[in-house]
Ligand binder design. Structure first.
Ligand code: FMN
Length: 447
């Protein structure tokens, strides 16, 4: 970290956050949803960037508080593509935790138009510590609309977006506005660009040390880093480095070496978020411990299962048998069962119900089948006992394969795989879980 005195500093707004001295989670589409951010914070990330959200996708979203877990959700009704028969279900565009992410969440916006950027940013500005403009995404879906890395080629537009956000969102909401760029192939061009950006009123600038055409696997280039850091420092803007930073310890050393204020980690955190723990704090943890923690956050957040599964595919080593089974899971219950996380099963069954996954869940079907079978066996036994008692016959030991398979006859209505009390599990699903439609949720419009 740079420790220079007497250098100017762009003031940090009252509800904003200073990026100096911070090791942070990078914005990652798909991999940066709420559970990933919570686990990164849990292991020691100082700040978390949310996944890039396109301004047009956010515009028109409704803000509401999820009454079950207190998270704030921005939702929209997707178009039904003109098919009247197609049932529309509102989709959660962005979800955040107002308690655990308070003062630590930076919302990243994808935009190419100042007015739309401002309109969208205003929707979330009261719930986040900063708004960051993505000016580095090289993917065609971003660049073809003039967003992401395309903004590096249209600096006037990028400057206009940042100035509009500073004036119309940063100042009234008292949060910081920042930008994430890539280096340009010519250092002089990077210098000219950064020199303009730091005068827009932004509080922070992240530099991904790769050029736009570079592939993620190519080593980051750090030749221009000191120069970028120096321009930022002279302007009082915090400079965060990004590219091939793999752990907190390494981040702190690189910050010192290159005179930058902060460091951002993406793929290393995607593979194992415990990279935010220093060696002194325990360092990198085994995958199973991390996955258990991650699943807990997924369940708490009621995270979309497809998204959780996407990240589980990265976190769980696929070569292991439990990894293979987890990958074919269709529900949280399936996943917990495959990984042996029986302690999470009650929550998994509950969230499956909320997310309408119960019908797809192999584990739940097995549990129900077992429950029905168990009940039938119990009935049969009771009938036999009654018949025997009526006829005065003596009691005989059952040899039924159904009754004896796998050990003693179970008296509970729901047997393994969960070790928790099965009866409680059932009632938790049946009674205490309101279906989302059945629970009118408080609709709170954003300021
Ligand atoms: C899955 C994934 C999604 C990403 N999504 C975004 C994004 O939404 N916005 C952004 O600015 N960069 C995005 N990036 C780029 C990262 O934030 C980061 O700049 C890049 O991966 C380099 O950091 P690393 O070397 O630590 O991986 C993404 C990267 C990955 C791997």
């Amino acid at each position: 970290m740079a420790t220079f005195t007497n250098t100017p500093r762009v003031p940090i707004p009252a509800n904003g956050v200073d990026y100096r001295g911070k090791v942070v989670l990078a914005p990652m589409v798909r991999s940066g949803e709420l559970p990933s951010r919570l686990i990164a914070l849990r292991y020691g990330a100082d700040l978390v960037w949310g996944p890039e959200t396109i301004d047009r996708a956010l515009a028109g979203a409704v803000r509401r508080v999820n009454p079950r877990n207190g998270t704030i959700e921005f939702t929209r009704m997707p178009s039904n593509s003109g098919r009247a028969e197609k049932a529309t279900q509102e989709s959660v565009i962005y979800r955040l935790d107002p308690v655990r992410e308070k003062g630590k969440l930076i919302f990243q916006i994808g935009t190419a138009t100042p007015e739309i950027a401002v309109a969208a940013a205003k929707l979330v500005a009261g719930d986040v510590a900063g708004i960051d403009v993505n000016s580095g995404c090289p993917k065609p879906f971003s660049t073809s609309g003039g967003m992401g890395a395309a903004l590096l080629r249209t600096p006037d537009k990028l400057v206009a977006i940042l100035e509009a956000l500073v004036k119309e969102v940063g100042t009234p909401f008292q949060i910081g506005i920042s930008v994430k760029i890539r280096i340009l192939s010519e250092p002089e061009a990077t210098k000219a660009l950064v020199s303009r950006l730091v005068k827009t009123g932004i509080t922070g600038l992240t530099v991904h040390c790769r050029t736009t055409p570079m592939r993620p696997r190519e080593r980051a280039i750090r030749d221009q880093l000191r120069m970028v850091a120096s321009i930022c420092r002279d302007a009082g803007v915090a400079c965060v480095m990004n590219g091939d930073v793999t752990s907190k310890d390494e981040a702190l050393a690189l910050m010192q070496e290159f005179g930058v204020d902060g460091a951002m980690i993406a793929t290393a955190a995607e593979a194992n978020p415990s990279c935010f723990q220093t060696e002194a704090e325990g360092g990198l943890l085994p995958w199973k411990e991390v996955v258990h923690e991650y699943l807990k956050f997924c369940l708490e957040a009621e995270n979309r299962f497809g998204n959780s599964k996407y990240l589980l595919n990265i976190l769980v080593p696929g070569k292991l048998p439990e990894g293979k089974t987890a990958k074919s899971a269709r529900s949280y219950a399936d996943t917990c069962h495959a990984l042996g996380f029986e302690d999470l099963m009650p929550a998994a069954l509950r969230v499956d119900e909320i997310l309408n996954l119960t019908d797809k869940s192999v584990t739940t079907k097995d549990l129900q089948t077992e429950a029905v079978r168990s009940k039938a066996v119990q009935n049969a036994m009771e009938n036999n006992e009654t018949a025997r008692a009526a006829s005065g016959a003596s009691r005989v030991k059952s040899t039924s394969p159904v009754a004896t398979a796998g050990g003693p006859i179970r008296t509970n209505s729901i047997p393994a795989p969960t070790k928790s009390k099965p009866q409680e599990t059932v009632s938790e699903v049946d009674v205490s879980i309101p279906a989302p439609e059945a629970t009118p949720q408080k609709q709170e419009l954003a300021a």
